[in-house]
Design a protein around this ligand. Structure first.
Ligand code: OGA
Ligand code: MN
Length: 294
């Protein structure tokens, strides 16, 4: 079987067929997939049969796994490397509306990149679908992606010049505050202090310049806070125009890989009385964006 890739969006997103991700990857397959991620930024694989162990083995082909999330409360998943992106508690029951973990997870409905609030941020996220809700009036729980390289390219040269030296501060508490969720202890806040990240970076895989944006970004370092907030808002509006967006409608057995260094994504609403069981592993970038070539 050989790998085939069909581009799903004019700018990015490859649908990959001809590979079984539950089996160990041959070196040439690893290299082909790595090159495809660099090019397409988002890869979609259908009809995969993964359990947590095989998803973990697959993810380890692509770098060091991000350290486990600080999380209080019983864990549903055995392996600490997983982010539990489901709406389920430790007994596999849908969480209730006022559940703290649920409200925190609602931050994923805002445009973001994973773990930009860590000094060494996230690189590749790999999300696998075990169970999904039926589409309903609230939505189908799609995940939407936007290509920040294309969004960068569409700016003016004068804008490129202005943005080039800027540094944004990122904090998980910034995105949560935007949806009115501020119920964190001093201890939790102290454990995840804000971090600086470049606003423009070079995507190492494609060599292209890219914006690096997320709802975690609160303001621009050395700028008055309102000016920085307005600039970030304007750039996120720019980068999330319809021509830059691809919506992924999930099927059970889908694995989606995205490159957090050059994309943003957001989850969409769904009927939360039904189970939506998605599990994510994210690799760690090699360094803070400040310590990488611009
Ligand atoms: C994530 C995420 C959105 C979704 O897994 O990082 O933001 O659709 N997911 O669940
Ligand atoms: Mn995310």
């Amino acid at each position: 079987m050989s790998i085939e890739i069909k581009q799903l969006h004019p700018l990015f997103v490859g649908e990959v067929s001809g590979i079984d991700l539950a089996r160990p990857l041959a070196p040439n397959e690893q290299a082909e997939l790595a090159a495809a991620i660099d090019c397409y930024a988002v890869l979609v694989f259908h009809d995969q049969t993964l359990d947590d162990e095989t998803q973990l083995v697959f993810a380890r082909n692509f770098g060091k796994i991000e350290p486990p999330q600080a999380y209080s409360g019983a864990r549903r998943l055995k392996h600490a490397e997983f982010a539990d992106v489901s709406n389920l508690d430790a007994d596999n029951k849908p969480r209730t509306p006022g559940d703290r973990k649920r409200m925190n997870s609602l931050g994923n409905r805002l445009w973001h990149t994973d773990a930009s609030f860590r000094r060494v941020p996230g690189a590749l996220s790999m999300l696998y679908a075990h169970a999904l809700p039926e589409p309903g009036p609230k939505g189908a729980g799609d995940t939407e992606f936007t290509d920040l390289r294309a969004a960068y390219d569409a700016l003016s040269p004068a804008m490129w010049e202005m943005l080039e030296p800027l540094i944004a501060e990122h904090s998980i508490f910034c995105s949560r505050a935007q949806i009115g969720f501020t119920d964190f202890t001093e201890e939790e806040r102290a454990a995840m202090p804000p971090v600086p990240q470049r606003l423009v970076r070079r995507h190492p895989g494609s060599g292209r310049k890219t914006l690096y944006l997320a709802s975690h970004a609160s303001h621009i370092v050395d700028w008055p806070v309102p000016d920085g907030m307005l600039l970030l808002r304007e750039l996120i509006e720019h980068a999330t125009q319809p021509q830059f967006i691809h919506a992924h409608r999930w099927r059970v057995g889908d694995l989606v890989i995205w490159d957090n260094r050059c994309t943003m994504h957001r989850g969409r609403a769904f009927d939360e009385t039904q189970r939506r069981d998605l599990r994510r592993i994210t690799t760690q970038d090699i360094a803070s964006t400040l310590d990488q070539a611009a």
